[in-house]
Write a protein that binds this ligand. Structure first.
Ligand code: IMP
Length: 179
């Protein structure tokens, strides 16, 4: 496949992503026979959530929230919700849908915040898991792919708001990515 000139190499093709999302959806459909509430963390999880939801064979509710880091002086991993859910999740079986779990600090904050709203259950479904960089011990029950310690873009993931639209997941060239 012809990739974007800023991409060093493709990690997962569109076909590989599709196949893995279908597998995960089958697993989730059997685990949540009574339906599930998917909560997408904007914006990185949008493409993943849209594909996952369409592959589910159960009743599905969808809601979104958005977080932003506390900058510049706060502790690393301190985030706050800037767009909250539209509806209550009390008594519902909730799956938090993330693009990537890296340090796990964002997820730890979100799990605490959402648990205070008394869902019946709360689990995590992540497109990517980069567990080598984990700082917070967070439970990721469903994951599509484990990835190496490189910055990844595409299929929703961005670098400076670019590359989200790429249909595959790829490693950004180091001359483009300046951490
Ligand atoms: P964490 O709090 O360190 O787990 O970071 C989670 C957030 O950082 C993710 O939801 C992404 O928005 C962003 N992020 C971390 N690694 C990458 C990457 O490789 N590509 C794009 N975004 C990333």
């Amino acid at each position: 496949m012809q990739s974007h000139p800023d991409i060093e190499r493709i990690l997962f093709t569109e076909e590989e992503i599709h196949a893995r999302v279908s597998e995960l959806a089958a697993q989730i459909s059997s685990a949540y026979a009574n339906g599930v509430t998917l909560i997408g963390v904007l914006k990185g999880s949008v493409f993943f959530l849209a594909d996952l939801a369409r592959a589910l064979k159960i009743h599905v509710r969808i809601d979104f929230l958005s977080v932003t880091p506390f900058l510049p002086a706060g502790e690393p991993g301190l985030v706050r919700i800037v767009k909250d859910l539209d509806s209550s999740i009390e008594g519902q079986d909730v799956l938090l849908v993330e693009d990537i779990v890296d340090t796990g600090l964002t997820l730890r904050y979100l799990l605490r915040a959402l648990n205070e709203r008394h869902p019946r259950s709360l689990q995590v479904c992540a497109l990517l898991d980069r567990s080598v960089r984990r700082l917070a011990d967070v439970p990721v029950l469903y994951r599509c792919f484990e990835i190496p310690d490189r910055f990844v873009v595409g299929y929703g993931l961005d670098y400076q708001q670019r590359y989200r639209h790429l249909p595959y997941l790829g490693i950004l060239k180091s001359e483009v990515f300046r951490p």
